[in-house]
Ligand binder design. Structure first.
Ligand code: SF4
Length: 167
């Protein structure tokens, strides 16, 4: 069976990021997978009921795993604790992935939800740190292989290797 892949909706051109922008990375391979109905386009934050635009939010001095374990908080830049919204966003992503039978996810990096290679440190000064957002962390914990938007070649290689092993 061909792998299905959960994709951050903003990567597919939907203007649903916190600042109402998109981050489209449509390439030939994604278009092919889209035609083969292998992509599940999803925005965890929208699925959790957050509006667009919305205040930018960051994980405070921790990572998505700690947030999901109730050991860290997510605040927006107005000082509001938005942790429950983002925890729900992570669970919505996992449900969408599991219902569709996704084995991998291609997620926008840097987001407190979708980030996988890096997130921001909670100071709202643009300081990056390595780590995962809440959805990337929860998906990984449940066996779904997460790739960032800069790792599309790695995702393609991973999918092709799995297809070869299934032949
Ligand atoms: S939650 Fe993920 S899919 Fe939604 S806008 Fe943010 S990075 Fe994109």
């Amino acid at each position: 069976m061909k792998d299905k892949i959960l994709v951050s909706a903003c990567l597919m051109g939907f203007k649903i990021r916190y600042n109402a922008s998109a981050k489209a990375r449509i390439v030939e391979k994604l278009q092919q997978w889209q035609q083969e109905q292998r992509l599940i386009t999803h925005c965890p934050e929208l699925a959790a009921g957050l509006p667009t635009p919305r205040a930018p939010a960051e994980i405070l001095n921790a990572n998505g795993k700690a947030v999901m374990q109730q050991q860290a908080r997510i605040m927006d830049n107005t000082g509001t604790d938005v942790t429950p919204h983002y925890q729900l966003a992570a669970w919505m992503a996992l449900r969408a992935a599991q219902e569709a039978g996704c084995t991998a996810a291609l997620l926008t990096d840097g987001s407190p939800t979708c980030g996988s290679q890096f997130i921001y440190d909670g100071s709202f000064t643009g300081q990056r740190k390595s780590g995962m957002g809440v959805a990337a962390s929860l998906l990984t914990e449940h066996g779904i292989k997460v790739f960032s938007d800069t790792q599309l070649p790695e995702l393609i290689a991973w999918v092709e290797a799995r297809e070869r092993s299934q032949e």
